[in-house]
Design a protein around this ligand. Structure first.
Ligand SMILES: Nc1ncnc2c1ncn2[C@@H]1O[C@H](COP(=O)(O)OP(=O)(O)O)[C@@H](O)[C@H]1O
Ligand SMILES: N[C@@H](CCOP(=O)(O)O)C(=O)O
Length: 320
């Protein structure tokens, strides 16, 4: 359960009173998620998500996320609307946190997607990338590769998370610095399109959510984040070829990767694996003991990093 900040009933009633959404019926903490405090808010006007933004979301970035979702909605991407109050404001203050009331979307977050669902997710990612090619906004990727060393240092004793991890991370950072590409197609990307951030009904994508890591970066980096999170077993040790191919096929139906992008995929995927390994290791050490949250295990992303480093890793990205 991700609830770091609690909302008093009077504060909630005052917040809801700013909107034309009726009055509060119930408000329950949501079990999924690790970054922000999320509540399922029921009012006499319907069902909404109330998000209070925590540690990794800066208040100054919120107008960018609101604008990004407006752009994607205008291009028919299945993203939730940020609800505006009577003054037209989407961003509020509650319990000392910035907060938004967000449209509730139907659908289920998957844990073990089928190949058909992977294909649909790949297609939704590709369609979103096409919509983002025309998006004028930009945001520096605060979780991008120039920040990984600082995340590693900020995490503390990595060997306490997994024995030998510090040396692995140091070596990987050196290799990625030496070989990271500099000139691939780039625009704003989602940067965290894990299965829990895609809502689906059967094989249909009903929602793309949780854009709070969205930033300017290589589109192929977004693709490998999705590959790493959709195509592997839960322990990160096995890449399922059927799921991987389906994901790549769905994406290829929307976007034709350049040769340089295809060549870079294994290295970008190592970077993506390191990025989530590091933030999970950081949170493993630093999550407050009283937070209602289930910490995420870093080790499956070490396993992915190792798989993407094997000589045949390019085969994991085959379309057929
Ligand atoms: N717009 C939405 N419609 C329906 N459910 C949502 C919506 N936004 C979030 N959720 C639910 O809340 C959970 C946590 O949201 P998420 O944005 O992923 O949190 P976090 O940023 O903390 O990781 C999601 O897995 C989903 O179940
Ligand atoms: N997807 C990341 C962490 C961010 O969590 P989310 O709940 O916002 O997707 C991970 O799995 O490490």
């Amino acid at each position: 359960m991700a609830v770091y900040t609690h909302v008093e009933p009077d504060d909630l009633a005052a917040l809801v009173a700013r909107y034309d959404i009726g009055t509060v019926v119930s408000c329950k903490g949501i079990a999924e998620g690790v970054e922000n405090s999320n509540f399922l808010l029921e009012t006499t006007g319907g069902r909404f998500i109330l998000t209070l933004y925590e540690k990794r979301v800066s208040e100054g970035d919120l107008p960018f996320f609101v604008d990004l979702l407006d752009h994607l909605a205008s291009r028919n991407c299945p993203v939730p609307a940020m609800i505006r109050d009577r003054e037209g404001d989407a961003i509020q203050q509650v319990s000392g946190r910035s907060a938004c009331v967000i449209q509730f979307l139907q659908g289920i977050s998957l844990t073990q997607p089928t190949p058909g669902q992977c294909e649909a997710a790949g297609a939704a990612l590709g369609a979103m990338h096409r919509a983002l090619e025309t998006y004028a906004g930009a945001r520096e990727n605060s979780m991008g590769r120039h920040h990984w060393r600082a995340v590693a240092e900020g995490a503390g004793n990595l060997d306490a998370v997994l024995p030998g991890l510090q040396a692995i991370v140091d070596d990987e950072l050196r290799q990625l610095d030496a070989h990271w590409p500099s000139d691939l197609p780039a625009h704003v990307i989602h940067a965290d399109l894990f299965p829990d951030n895609v809502l689906m009904l059967g094989d249909r994508v009903t929602g793309l959510i949780d854009f709070y890591f969205a930033a300017s970066d290589f589109r192929a980096y977004d693709l490998v984040i999705t590959h790493a999170s959709w195509a592997f077993s839960a322990d990160g040790k096995e890449c399922d070829p059927a799921r991987a191919r389906a994901l790549m096929r769905g994406y290829a139906g929307e976007i034709s990767l350049t040769e340089a992008e295809i060549a870079a995929l294994p290295l970008l995927a190592r970077g993506a694996s390191l990025r989530f390994l590091l933030t999970r290791a950081h949170d493993w050490i630093h999550t407050p003991p009283d937070a209602l949250v289930t910490r995420k295990d870093p080790s499956p992303f070490l396993a992915r990093l190792q798989r993407y480093s094997t000589p045949d890793a390019a085969e994991l990205f085959a379309v057929a």
